[in-house]
Design a protein around this ligand. Structure first.
Ligand code: MG
Length: 295
């Protein structure tokens, strides 16, 4: 049975007291970037240090989906069902065509290489929004990241058809998780720097951000990756498990996890299973909420 920390009665409606936290896989290096491929009925996720993408399905269990992934981190699907991935060592955002070919969507900004794209979300107009902290760059002896060619840790908006890349935010310490509200009028971006918070922005029809404000501070840190359900609640990784916030930023409760989660995503036939990547393991729990993320 999952260990729950109920902070608001509304949480009891979202997660049953007797819900089970299942361990679907373990023994990975560091897991991230879960995405559910509804058409195939399977989950993909990144095992970053082992440079591979993994696959899990109810019927087949876990297997390697791709060896040599350029250390993918965040993954999502675009509206055509194509896998779009942030690559640490590739320093790019890539797309896997339906043929299986992997192509570069973007790998530079203003003539310099991207840092190490971390996580992403695809808007319904096809634009790809992603964060670019330097977590994937090599460390020197003083544990500083080396090889950075950008002057900031940007949040970007990419038009994959035109190739236009726009920096939409430049004041994050470590921009990380990113997701839209169900109506796409709000964009949430987390900061896994010392502030350990999630910020929310208003999104204009032209694709610009305004009115940035702190949505919630995540304690214990940190809000690496998160997803939004159809009611606008935020399900985010935190130091002790998954924290669920209502659209006003009120903490409703926690799903405590035996390993620290990095990210989560909704999947399964009704999008009512929450898959959780947590250090060496992949967990799942059936909940009474459905993911809002496309497709
Ligand atoms: Mg991340």
């Amino acid at each position: 049975m999952a260990e729950l920390d109920v902070r608001d009665p509304r949480f009891e409606r979202l997660v049953d007291a007797g819900a089970e936290l299942r361990t679907l896989n373990s023994g990975m290096g560091f897991t991230e970037g879960p995405v559910y491929v509804a058409e195939g009925g399977y989950l993909l996720w990144s095992d970053i240090p082992n440079n591979r993408l993994m696959r899990w399905s109810e019927a087949d269990g876990a297997s390697v989906f791709r060896e040599g992934s350029n250390n993918t981190n965040g993954n999502t699907l675009d509206r055509q069902g194509r896998l779009v991935s942030c690559e640490h060592s590739g320093r790019r955002v890539s797309r896997t065509e339906l043929s299986g070919e992997v192509v570069t969507l973007v790998d530079s900004y203003h003539g310099g290489k991207l840092n190490s794209p971390n996580d992403l979300a695809v808007q319904s107009d096809g634009t790809v929004w992603f964060t670019d902290p330097p977590y994937g760059l090599p460390l020197d002896g003083d544990r500083n990241r080396t090889g950075m060619e950008q002057d900031a840790h940007y949040v970007f908006r990419l038009n994959p058809d035109s190739g236009d890349l726009t920096a939409v935010a430049d004041d994050f310490e470590m921009p990380n998780g990113i997701a839209f509200s169900p109506d796409e009028r709000l964009l949430y971006v987390s900061d896994t720097g010392p502030s350990s918070h999630i910020r929310v922005f208003d999104v204009s029809p032209a694709g610009t951000l305004s009115n940035g404000r702190v949505f919630a501070v995540v304690d214990p840190r940190g809000p690496d990756g998160f997803r939004v359900d159809t009611e606008g609640n935020i399900w985010t990784s935190a130091g002790d498990g998954i924290h669920v916030f209502d659209p006003a930023g009120v903490l409703l409760g926690k799903i405590l996890c035996p390993e620290q989660p990095s990210n989560c995503t909704f999947g399964g036939p009704e999008k009512r299973t929450l898959f959780i990547t947590a250090r060496t393991s992949l967990f799942a729990i059936d909940v009474n909420a459905a993911g809002a993320q496309a497709p």
